[in-house]
Ligand binder design. Structure first.
Ligand code: HXC
Length: 514
């Protein structure tokens, strides 16, 4: 056969595979408000940058009517491409082909692209839209999931791993996204749960819809399983693209450097934090007053909102911001906020992203619920993460830094490289009211006017400890600065610490509190 004819045949074969699960299945996908797997890849990657592999792979199942059944690409598309010129490996499950269910060849395609991403040290993006383990393939599909989880773990901390949930992701399948770094969900499209509504009803008699059980809002606000929430698939792809600009390709590199930009003038740092330590404010405005172009890319915005985490840039370089949020529960640390911040600190440390910590908190949240929910071990995660992190660590104490919260929020004692405090900083074991009530209990109760005595003792305590100068006298903070100096000092600190060396004794790995 002449080459020309062979090329024609190749084109024909490709055309066939591009049909996915066929017209009807595609129409059903569209009716559900979803893009097809191929449309998703095209929308996410740079124009014409996608190269597909294993297009002609077919399943090898023979039982339960599978013999001779054609499943194009076995329900998953894999390949490589670029996002703003940065290389990425990608897979997208095709729900139009057998519900994107995962059989052995489907899994082999995914693990192939995962191996490729790890070998080339480039980010991996997985688009999940699947009915889960392919029932007809039995243990082979379970084996496939196991192989994926193993690779997720192997790649963790070496290449960024991003999961996008654009359809069902149920049963054990949810554990791949859970093992990756960032999970993206889209309103009314994403569904994630270990056991669905039917199983819950038959086992427990409880009734709930898929959406209320594991929809996008649930994972963005209640469970914390999702890091980014979007209203539409296109908005989600914009978020992924933006994330890619902040993170490096792998753990041996730094994130791409951008042109430095001054913060916008409408964020005047001196006007944001109220003098009264009990008055709330939005700490994100402080971040915007410090970061290049006032740009702050927040992560897990709606979950554990008493702590704020996300990326920004200083002098063009990516930094990770961690900040107590006085607007929500006075910025206390609790089970969820400790988990949220600790994981982010470990991410930044793994990927060479310096940390900027802004401190204003009354401490750990007291209460029976918190104690019984394990605030001891959850709170310990944050201490562990900051202690373990060797990236440059810059801390700015804005206002309150009380008790365990002072230590946990990247204090000098956990080896912060630079600790700056504003004149409004109050560094003490606890707030003046609580402290005076305890240590002057006898004097207060025996005084002719106990209330007047209590006020006097509170003032005495405030004068002595509710300031940054006691800590400054011990060298626990490096310098007391004016708020307007913050950015300048952080830029300098970042520059000075670009060649930081932080040796640690050898160990196979630590055992962080889980
Ligand atoms: C084989 C599957 C499938 C599966 C869907 N399909 N899920 N085929 N194995 N797991 C097929 C359907 O038979 C159908 O094929 C096509 O995909 C589209 O499915 P529909 O049911 O028509 O779509 P929809 O109504 O949108 O419902 C989607 C769904 C439902 C909610 C996901 O299909 C469903 O409940 N599927 C089963 C989910 C499940 O129990 N999976 C196993 C979980 S256990 P045709 O030919 O009719 O178009 C698991 C263990 C993993 O995953 C453990 C790892 C450690």
């Amino acid at each position: 056969m002449p080459l020309k004819n062979k090329i024609e045949e190749l084109k024909k074969r490709k055309e066939e595979v591009l049909q996915g699960g066929g017209e009807q299945a595609v129409a059903k996908q569209v009716a559900m408000g979803k893009l097809t797997a191929r449309e998703r890849i095209i929308a996410l990657l740079d124009e014409d940058s996608f190269n597909e592999y294993d297009m002609f792979v077919e399943h090898d199942a023979r039982d339960f009517g599978m013999d001779g059944k054609v499943l194009h690409g076995d329900g998953v598309i894999i390949g490589t491409g670029t996002i703003f010129g940065a290389p990425v490996a990608i897979y997208a499950q095709d729900f139009t082909v057998a519900g994107g269910s995962l059989g052995s060849m489907h899994a082999r395609k995914i693990t192939k692209i995962m191996d490729y991403a790890l070998r080339m040290r480039i980010p991996l993006i997985g688009i999940n839209d699947s009915g889960g383990a392919r029932i007809q393939e039995g243990v082979n599909s379970l084996a496939g999931y196991g192989e994926i989880f193993w690779r997720n773990t192997l790649s963790s901390g070496i290449i960024p791993q991003i999961s996008v949930i654009l359809g069902p992701c149920a049963g054990g399948a949810v554990y791949s996204p859970a093992l990756t770094d960032f999970v993206f969900v889209v309103d009314k499209i994403s569904k994630m749960f270990i056991t669905g509504p039917e199983v819950i009803k038959s086992v427990l008699g409880e009734e709930i819809s898929q959406e209320d059980l594991g929809g996008a809002k649930v994972h963005a606000q209640i469970t914390g399983n999702a890091h980014f929430y979007a209203e539409s698939e296109y908005e989600c792809f914009e978020q992924i693209k933006k994330l890619i600009t902040y993170i490096p390709w792998n753990n041996t590199r730094k994130a791409r450097r951008f042109e430095p930009k001054e913060p916008k003038v409408n964020f005047n740092i001196e006007d944001i934090v109220p003098g009264d330590p009990k008055e709330p404010y939005d700490v994100r405005d402080v971040i915007r007053a410090i970061a290049d172009d006032s740009d702050f890319f927040e992560i897990q915005e709606k979950w554990a909102a008493n702590i704020v985490i996300g990326f920004g840039r200083l002098n063009g370089e990516t930094v990770g911001f961690v900040a107590n949020q006085p607007l929500v529960m006075a910025g206390v640390l609790d089970v969820d906020s400790s988990d949220k911040a600790a994981r982010f600190v470990r991410y930044c440390d793994a990927f060479n992203i310096p940390l900027v910590t802004l401190v204003d908190l009354p401490g750990y949240l007291p209460g029976i619920d918190q104690e019984h929910a394990g605030v001891i071990r959850h709170g310990a995660k944050l201490l562990y993460a900051y202690s373990e992190a060797t990236v440059p660590k810059m801390t700015v104490i804005l206002r309150k830094a009380y008790g365990g919260g002072y230590i946990a929020m990247s204090s000098r004692h956990l080896r912060a490289d630079f600790v700056f405090a504003w004149p409004s900083a109050e560094i003490a074991v606890m707030g003046p009211e609580g402290a005076a009530n305890i240590i002057f209990r006898k004097e207060i109760s025996e005084a002719p006017d106990p209330e007047a005595m209590r006020r006097q003792k509170v003032e005495e305590y405030k004068e002595k400890f509710a300031n940054p100068y006691v800590a400054a006298a011990k060298g626990y903070i490096d310098t007391v600065i004016e708020p307007a100096e913050t950015r300048k000092l952080l830029l300098h600190a970042l520059e000075v610490s670009s060649t930081k060396v932080a040796d640690r004794p050898f160990k196979k790995h630590g055992i962080p509190p889980f």
